[in-house]
Design a protein around this ligand. Structure first.
Ligand code: AMP
Length: 606
């Protein structure tokens, strides 16, 4: 099979995806999924949820898509979520400056995202790079490269007193709720919380259809672990072979992708153990939902791409039309996110880790002399005690020098004599300590996955195996994610055939399979229409079958165009097993009567 010439056109005309609001000229970076694309996307999300949530024993939440400014102040998105922008002095278009550097053949730079704006300006100057608009091509030398924050801002309620942002990732919705989520998890690590939902980024230059859009769907999992006590179940994935494009290989002259088992990758310290675990299960999952494993790799972040807090980070990449697209990221984020929210909100983003055996330790404490504080501070004496306890937590050194300790109350400084604070060392039995859990984050972009599965599964069968002698375009997606599972066609317009076909549609739908009825046009055309949108099985009701005893129908397999005649009362069970992947079409050919030549089932006048 070979690739079709124009998948984009097919996507538009067959209900996969299309630029949104085209009737009004559209807006770059927004796409609408048609009936076929929406179902394909939904099925991929369900498969993700099944593998990464249900099978792993994690839980899922649903947080709002708009969140108040302080959340993004704490997460760092307000200050740091920038892409580099350069404006063309001639045509006025804005461009991603790092992409201009990456796309220029002479620079030999594949990853410019981690470079600082000044360095990008230097590269633009030394290679005399131009505006990428084909009708412009003006020089960009001496143009300023600046940061552009990708978040969409809004106001919550009337007026501008309460600024908010559309979330640029689903992850923050999980992190901010950690104090409640740990309660739900009975304060026990490890636990994982997932979320599938929309994210918004005001991309400077949206491109490649679903690849870089301004509104997209993420499926993210935040796995909270105790860095000292929890270990991944590496044994379950140890033999999975993963194609790894490590940072060193990317920087070496002839570096290539190396295929290692998960165990080898972890043992050689190329991959962090938790990341290795997720790379292993994700590789098999990608294969299962239709990503071509010959066009797939894991690429490690280069040192200049790696966030300062991240221990290790790998992207899953898929090749489409010669470009490697990042379809997901796997990051070991340490305790960065929880610590940030803890510090900004003063809420409990830690978890209590119990010691195996209680420990006796000497701890500094304060025990203020209230007979002095009471007369001096009156009703505020208790607040001064609390302020002293907090001071001991944050600046223990203040109690070790000088005669006074200074605390602040309602903006006013008060000096308290050291002997009045009651500062001393006390023996205490401790049963545990508060720690910040570490976060392992697999983050999937669902739209890029839909795009990849569509591109990797679409092919043209030129072997003439189909019902007509023409080439047929086949979306060869696995049955699990196929938008429609079964097509049902009456072979003729007699009432008995049409009625029986409708009855079959009802029973197959009742079994939970997405089913489409089609009685228009030649039967070969109907098969081909279903092939194009990935329907793995079609059922044809014909006169001969109605007359058979027991009654029979013909079942046709999309990929081989093979057909088999089977008793009607076996149909639903066989279809259910075929779609669940517990039965192969070949097994049906052995068990039932085989129609070897698909064209033999087509009447001469059809
Ligand atoms: P990031 O938080 O940038 O690592 O993104 C996580 C995942 O979301 C990526 O691996 C992509 O699959 C997806 N993604 C990020 N930005 C976009 C975008 N503008 N359009 C579509 N998908 C995106």
């Amino acid at each position: 099979m070979s690739s079709p010439t124009n998948p984009g056109e097919l996507a538009k005309h067959r209900g996969v995806y299309t630029p949104s609001a085209e009737a009004y000229g559209g807006t770059a970076g927004f796409y609408t999924y048609g009936p076929v694309g929406a179902q394909l996307k939904q099925n991929i999300e369900t498969a993700w949820q099944q593998r990464f949530v249900t099978q792993e024993g994690h839980n899922e939440i649903e947080a709002p898509t708009v969140m108040p400014e302080p959340v993004f102040e704490a997460s760092g998105h307000l200050d740091d979520f920038d892409d580099m922008l350069v404006d063309c002095p001639e045509c006025g278009n804005s461009h991603r400056a790092d992409h201009i550097v990456e796309d220029a053949p002479d620079t030999d730079i594949d990853e410019a995202e981690g470079l600082v704006p000044g360095r990008i300006e230097e590269i633009i100057a030394s290679y005399r790079l131009e505006c990428p608009n084909p009708n412009c091509r003006a020089s960009l030398v001496d143009q300023q490269v600046s940061g552009f924050n990708l978040m969409f801002g809004t106001n919550i309620g009337p007026g501008s007193a309460d600024p908010g942002y559309l979330r640029p990732e689903t992850a923050q919705g999980i992190f901010v709720e950690f104090p409640r989520l740990k309660e739900y998890s009975r304060n026990q690590l490890p636990f994982g919380i997932a979320q599938i939902g929309r994210a918004y980024r005001n991309e400077i230059s949206p491109r490649n259809a679903l690849v870089r859009v301004r509104e997209f769907t993420q499926a993210e999992l935040e796995h909270f672990v105790d860095p000292e006590r929890d270990e991944p179940d590496l044994e379950s994935v140890s033999d999975v072979e993963i194609p790894l494009y490590g940072a060193e290989a990317q920087q070496a002259e002839n570096g290539t992708v190396q295929t290692l088992t998960v165990q080898e990758a972890v043992d050689t310290n190329l991959v962090h153990p938790w990341i290795g675990y997720y790379l292993g299960i994700a590789r098999d999952w990608y294969d299962r939902i239709g990503v071509d494993m010959d066009r797939f790799r894991y690429r490690q972040h280069l040192p200049n791409e790696l966030a300062h807090y991240a221990g290790d980070c790998w992207d899953a990449e898929a090749e489409v039309d010669g470009d490697w697209i990042e379809i997901s990221g796997f990051a070991s984020r340490g305790c960065y996110d929880l610590q940030k929210h803890h510090n900004h909100s003063n809420k409990g983003y830690t978890i209590f880790r119990e010691y195996d055996d209680p420990k006796t330790v000497e701890r500094p404490v304060v025990d203020p002399d209230m007979s002095v504080l009471g007369p001096r501070f009156g009703d505020d004496a208790q607040r001064v005690r609390t302020a002293l306890e907090q001071k001991l937590d944050t600046s223990p050194q203040a109690f070790k020098r000088g005669e006074f300790v200074t605390v602040e109350l309602d903006g006013e400084q008060h000096d308290i004599r050291l002997d009045v604070t009651g500062y001393h060392e006390q023996e205490q039995t401790e049963h545990g300590e508060h720690i910040f859990p570490h976060v392992v984050e697999p983050s999937f972009g669902i739209d890029r996955l839909v795009y990849t599965v569509f591109a990797h599964s679409l092919c043209v069968d030129r072997a003439g195996r189909g019902e007509t002698r023409e080439d047929r375009t086949v979306l060869s997606v696995p049955a699990e994610v196929a938008p429609t599972s079964v097509g049902v066609f009456p072979l003729g317009d007699e009432d008995s055939l049409v009625d029986r076909a409708h009855e079959i549609v009802e029973t197959v739908r009742a079994a939970g399979l997405q089913t489409e009825y089609d009685d228009s046009g030649a039967i070969g055309r109907r098969y081909y229409r279903q092939d194009e949108v990935g329907t793995p099985f079609c059922v044809t009701v014909d006169r001969d079958g109605l007359d058979d005893d027991p009654e029979t129908v013909t079942l046709r397999d999309r990929d081989t165009a093979g057909q088999v005649r089977l008793p009607r009362d076996r149909l639903v069970d066989e279809l259910t097993a075929l779609c669940a992947g517990t039965r192969e079409f070949g097994a049906l050919l052995e068990e039932y009567h085989i129609e070897t030549d698909p064209r033999s089932s087509i009447p001469a006048d059809d």
